[in-house]
Design a protein around this ligand. Structure first.
Ligand code: FAD
Ligand code: SF4
Length: 400
């Protein structure tokens, strides 16, 4: 999308960690501004210049078909399924499909390196982006670092390393900026393996979430907002703690999510070649969206290590989403017994499979639309993509 003289960009100076980013409070710390690629920030930043449709066209050969509501939700795709590894990777977020694909891409020589995010020695949740060159380095990046992560801070190293074939693993805001500068990286081939992402937090915000929600914040090694409407915390001793969504301390947690994530409409990582999440799949399975031929090529590498089943969809999310809009606004928290009961009932009769994914997308997009409208009204029209406007348009929102 961008083109400029490489010498100009090398003259650009990376920002110091303490400097305010061009996107100000909306910055998701994607890492671009930690490099001389900051030269392109006005065009590339997902929060300064939303350009998903243009980048879809460039990446997948077409943008979303707005006559097809499935594409409003899940983006451009050529295949979708539920899958899980036959032998899960110990300590991965789910069954380790992401790490396995990355290891195979490197092992088969298709790529020379993999951009992924390990953690620092001192803190299991503090992200440390790397260009992995061995399977061990990829494995060391398994499991979510559930905080904003500057994955693109390694972009200068790519150019310096002389690598020509690269795999990047990342979430939507990182991948939007990456796609915008893709042509400038000097690569012959770039593969992008994405995960969905929502409700991310700064490291301090993560601590507040853990302290407010878990019985033992310091021993949490992993957590996920699951399809059974509960947050599952896994602790160091292997025990699983479950806290119902409806029992979360919404008032306390209202400000915990990063402003970037409260203004994000790219939950499903529209610009990755292949997306691996969980929310469109039955409990225990991962959800895979193949967006283009590069994505299929990556998935083909692990076909003999996974089992798959078609995606399914059941239930009707619309009433639950409509009711959640004022409840979130008012910061309603149910007593724990009622929250547990509600969770059980909703799990039995509530949305499943792709309908659960739509439920989650609708709830977050309506919330985020109101957030942008209230806090950045001047950005609303250009920042919210057309598909998201159509999703939000299905619901009645408060006037202000
Ligand atoms: P693993 O094999 O364990 O590999 C995980 C990979 O994620 C690693 O390669 C690592 O480099 C990368 N990674 C870890 N943390 C980050 C980070 N902060 N930024 C960028 N890359 C990172 N899926 C859904 O379906 N719905 C959701 O709401 C959802 N929310 C998510 C929120 C966050 C912050 C993240 C990071 C992921 C989210 N996912 C979501 C994706 C899901 O949790 C799993 O990451 C995905 O299914 C892959 O699981 P795995 O076992 O194959 O991954
Ligand atoms: Fe820079 Fe990324 Fe922050 Fe935008 S989101 S200001 S590109 S670091």
């Amino acid at each position: 999308m961008t083109s400029a003289n490489p010498t100009d960009r090398k003259k650009a100076k990376a920002l110091k960690p303490s400097s305010r980013r061009p996107a100000k409070e909306l910055c998701s710390e994607c890492g671009l501004c930690d490099t001389y690629y900051i030269h392109y920030v006005k065009e590339a930043c997902a929060f300064l210049n939303q350009q998903i449709a243009e980048l879809e066209e460039l990446t997948h050969g077409r943008d979303r078909n707005l006559d097809n509501p499935d594409e409003w939700y899940f983006g451009v795709s050529q295949d979708m399924m539920a899958a899980r590894k036959i032998q899960p990777i110990e300590g991965a977020q789910w069954t380790g499909i992401v790490s396995t694909i990355a290891i195979e891409m490197l092992g088969s020589g298709i790529v020379e390196g993999v951009v992924c995010v390990q953690n620092t020695k001192e803190d299991r949740f503090q992200p440390k982006p790397v260009i992995a060159r061995t399977p061990e380095e990829i494995l060391a990046a398994r499991v979510n670092k559930p905080t904003l992560s500057p994955n693109l801070s390694v972009l200068e190293q790519i150019e310096q390393s002389g690598m020509k074939r690269l795999l990047v693993i990342g979430v939507g805001c990182q991948i939007q900026a990456l796609r915008a500068v893709e042509k400038e990286l000097g690569l012959e081939k770039l593969y992008v393996l994405g995960t969905p992402c929502v409700d991310n937090v700064t490291r301090a915000g993560l601590q507040k979430f853990l302290d407010t929600t878990s019985r033992s914040p310091e021993t949490v090694v992993y957590y996920e907002f699951m399809q059974d409407f509960q947050v599952h915390f896994k602790h160091e001793d292997g025990s699983i703690e479950k806290v119902p969504f409806f029992g979360l301390n919404t008032k306390e947690l209202k400000d915990v999510f990063a402003p970037s994530c409260m203004s994000c409409f790219d939950y499903v990582n529209s610009l990755a070649d292949l997306v691996v999440g969980y929310m469109g799949a039955p409990f225990g399975w991962q959800w895979i969206v193949v967006r283009n031929d590069r994505g299929q090529e990556m998935l083909d590498l692990v076909q003999d290590q996974i089992e798959t089943q078609p995606v399914m969809s059941a239930g009707d999310r619309k009433n639950a989403v409509q009711q959640s809009i004022p409840a979130y606004d008012k910061g309603v928290t149910l007593p724990m017994w009622a929250a547990k009961l509600m969770g059980v009932v909703i799990e039995k009769i509530g949305p499943k499979g792709l309908e659960y994914a739509r439920f989650s997308i609708d709830s977050h997009f309506t919330r985020n639309y109101l957030y942008v409208k209230r806090n950045h009204p001047e950005k609303l029209d250009a920042h919210v993509p057309e598909y998201a406007k159509r999703i939000v348009g299905q619901y009645k929102l408060p006037e202000r």
